[in-house]
Design a binder for this molecule. Structure first.
Ligand SMILES: Cc1cc2nc3c(=O)[nH]c(=O)nc-3n(C[C@H](O)[C@H](O)[C@H](O)COP(=O)(O)OP(=O)(O)OC[C@H]3O[C@@H](n4cnc5c(N)ncnc54)[C@H](O)[C@@H]3O)c2cc1C
Length: 704
């Protein structure tokens, strides 16, 4: 897509206010920025994007649920069969035909959302969950035996963790796997209806096997949740799934609010026997006589280590959510740059939507947040690659990766829904028409906020980590405000982003006199960093202090204290995610080579930082971090920045690299401008022969 921003003359000539006044207006080097945004694995992204322009992989909105499911399965067969480079998803062992970098693989994988979110999710179930469980929870022998079928799709599989009774609290699943030393088999059993495995992708129709999570019981002892490879259906002559195997039953979840190309369903097991060797035994094994051994003594730590090895699902959802935000915004901005309503600024020409302040307010901060989400995701991919390529695979790095993935997934998958809804409304009635894509994306992305960990539950995990680390820190070092602040900033940024730097803590940002100087202060990156980091530090410290009595309390009282602070915990986690994203954006600015682009992108970063502060203005005021005068400046300065960004809006969304065949939205294809040219020509002809339309005449009259 070419950069066709319509730049109103008044806005392009010079920057008209503030410290940038009289400087020549910068331009965005769209191609250069696009290249930077491809990130560390540009070939993979390019290749994945090229494939997304192939109609074979596109979502067909006219299909019934059953047809859509079959289409997506056929698309996956194409992905699995192609011998071309970059075709097998995820970094499988080289000896089995894989071998690419985990980060590169995921960077390509998450782009599948552009073709059809159902394809991304069904592929995620097959290769990111089912096969990944074998890869990460299995031994090398099990990988050699079970992975090839999962990789080439000759064994479509389900990942059976969730139960009707337990979704977020996976440690409490009720399915049992009881070892029988007589036959050297595990007996997989669903003891009651609430223990049915539920919502499983592939389970309704296509799966012939499943990786099933169950309580492992041997010699009368429950060793906690482990994963088992369980065949569930026959494979028919043409390689498709046939009838359920004896003892297995299931139900189809049927129509869903989105992702209709994925066959989600339930599975139940009635004393189904699997060989001892099909317990995926990397973290826990059972000998022939029933003796249990594990390299990790603590059942709790073992369980979280197992779950942690499956973190890539969260990482890829974060990337896909960022991509879907880009698609929605690119459509809304392109339409908003062409669509005209009311003759507000000129007596004869109607005003372009993006020239309305409210329209800029609705869309531009979201462009800024999408950039922040993008850059934070790049850092997450780096960390993911460090850990899973084995380069920096330490327990600390794994923990950092899990915390960062939880924080970013929870933030971006909530953000994308709000963004798509705003884009939908910003496009008026046209936004509601399916051919314009936004509602379809919204339906499909809706459940991203729930699966791979419900967002609220994930934020609690993040907060617990922050508070836990804070408590450890308090034991070891100074608890002075500056020490706490530095600690929290280190936690938020250093582990993932290798940055530090907090100058002040807990003080109001001093008033700088007149509003111009105040604005200058606010756009200073250090001021933004201080305000954002200070908020994280204060929230974590406050909640940690409030939770202290829980340490010595009985379990019921401890739970009550925790509950009383749950909202603050989640708030602290959100603030942490905000700081992560802001820091990633600020770090990325240093890589922008072109000066004009860097200037515009700095404004974009400022919009992100200052809208975060504006969003939490009450907190900053109540806690004395901003004066009322300064708080007022935040909003007026953001509005000025948004006006400055107006001429660059189309360039900023074009730089994401999605052209007409990615967007596939009629309203983003230039038809609106064509319609208006036609109308303009019509009115011009009428004016020429003196028969201007009544509306135009009466408008002029009413103005005079
Ligand atoms: C379309 C779809 C596909 C899926 N695919 C799979 C799959 O392939 N394999 C698989 O194993 N699972 C799958 N899932 C299950 C998914 O992972 C779970 O739905 C998810 O983990 C949430 O569990 P739940 O639905 O039981 O919700 P619950 O855990 O019941 O949560 C309901 C609400 O309660 C809140 N809540 C829960 N606990 C707490 C708490 N401690 N404190 C405060 N609030 C809380 C949550 O925030 C949430 O809003 C899928 C789900 C869907 C909808």
């Amino acid at each position: 897509m070419t950069a066709t921003s319509d730049r109103p003359a008044t806005l392009t000539a010079t920057v008209t206010s503030g410290a940038d006044a009289a400087k020549p207006a910068p331009r965005v080097d769209v191609a250069g920025l696009s290249e930077q945004l491809l990130g560390r694995w540009p070939d993979w992204r390019r290749h994945a994007r090229d494939r997304s322009t192939d109609p074979t992989f596109w979502k067909d909105e006219s299909l019934s649920m059953d047809e859509h499911r079959e289409r997506v399965l056929d698309q996956m067969r194409l992905l699995a069969c192609a011998d071309e480079k970059h075709q097998v998803w995820l970094a499988f062992p080289e000896r089995l035909g894989g071998g690419d970098s985990p980060g590169a693989n995921l960077a390509g994988f998450e782009e599948l959302v552009v073709a059809d979110p159902s394809l991304q999710i069904k592929a995620g179930v097959q290769w990111g969950l089912f096969a990944s469980a074998i890869l990460h929870l299995g031994t090398p022998e099990q990988q050699d035996r079970l992975l090839p079928g999962a990789m080439d799709l000759s064994v479509p599989g389900a990942f059976a963790m969730t139960e009707v009774g337990h979704g977020s609290d996976v440690a409490s699943v009720a399915t049992t796997a009881t070892y029988d030393p007589e036959t050297e088999e595990f007996v997989i059993h669903t003891p009651f209806r609430a223990a049915w495995k539920e919502f499983l992708g592939n389970a309704a129709v296509h799966a012939t096997a499943a990786t099933v999570f169950a309580q492992l019981i041997t010699n009368g002892v429950n060793h906690g949740v482990h994963c088992f490879y369980v065949p569930v259906r026959e494979t028919t002559g043409d390689g498709r799934a046939g009838a359920f195997l004896p003892g297995v039953s299931g139900l189809d979840d049927g129509l869903k609010g989105g992702l209709r190309g994925v066959d989600n369903g339930r599975l139940a097991f009635d004393h189904v026997r699997v060989p001892r060797t099909d317990l995926l035994a990397r973290y826990g094994a059972v000998a022939a006589d029933g003796t249990y051994t594990s390299s990790i003594d603590s059942p709790g730590r073992r369980f979280f280590t197992m779950l942690g090895s499956l973190v890539q699902g969260r990482v890829s959802l974060d990337g896909a959510a960022s991509t879907a935000s880009k698609l929605g915004l690119a459509i809304a901005v392109r339409y908003g740059a062409e669509r005209r309503q009311f003759t507000s600024a000129s007596p004869v020409e109607e005003t372009v939507l993006l020239d309305y302040a409210t329209h800029r307010r609705r869309l531009f901060p979201r462009i800024a947040e999408t950039y922040a989400t993008h850059f934070a995701h790049d850092r997450l991919l780096d960390l993911f690659d460090d850990v899973f390529s084995g380069e920096k695979d330490t327990p600390e790095q794994r923990e950092d990766l899990e915390t960062m993935a939880a924080a970013l997934k929870a933030t971006s998958t909530t953000f994308v829904l709000e963004t798509l809804q705003e884009c939908r409304v910003a496009c008026g009635g046209a936004g509601f028409i399916t051919e314009n894509r936004i509602t379809s994306l919204h339906h499909d992305l809706d459940v991203y906020a729930t699966f791979e960990g419900d967002n609220t539950v994930l934020l609690q995990l993040v907060a617990k980590r922050l508070v836990g680390d804070y408590a450890k820190h308090l034991k070891g070092t100074t608890s002075s405000p500056a020490g706490i602040a530095r600690f929290v900033v280190d936690q938020a940024t250093d582990a993932a982003l290798h940055r530090t730097g907090l100058r002040r803590f807990g003080q109001a940002i001093a008033d700088a006199g007149d509003p111009r100087r105040a604005a200058g202060h606010l756009r200073d990156a250090e001021t933004q960093r201080e305000l954002l980091a200070d908020r994280v530090a204060t929230l974590v410290e406050d909640v940690a202090m409030a939770l202290r009595p829980a340490q010595k309390a009985d379990p019921v009282t401890a739970a009550r204290i925790f509950d009383q602070n749950q909202v603050q915990l989640v708030e602290a986690a959100r603030a942490h995610a905000d700081l992560l994203r802001w820091s990633a954006f600020t770090e990325a600015l240093e890589q922008v080579a072109d000066p004009g682009t860097r200037r515009v992108m700095t404004w974009v970063r400022d919009v992100f930082g200052l809208t975060l502060i504006e969003r939490n203005l009450a907190w900053y005021l109540v806690n004395g971090r901003l004066s009322a005068q300064r708080a007022r400046t935040v909003t007026s300065y953001v509005d000025r920045l948004l006006e400055r960004l107006r001429p660059h809006a189309v360039d900023l969304v074009d730089a994401w690299g999605y052209g007409p065949d990615h967007l596939r939205a009629v309203i983003a294809s230039g038809v609106e401008a064509e319609r208006q040219d036609e109308a303009r020509a019509y009115y011009a002809a009428q004016r020429a022969d003196g028969s201007a339309p009544i509306s135009e005449k009466s408008l002029k009259k009413s103005r005079s």
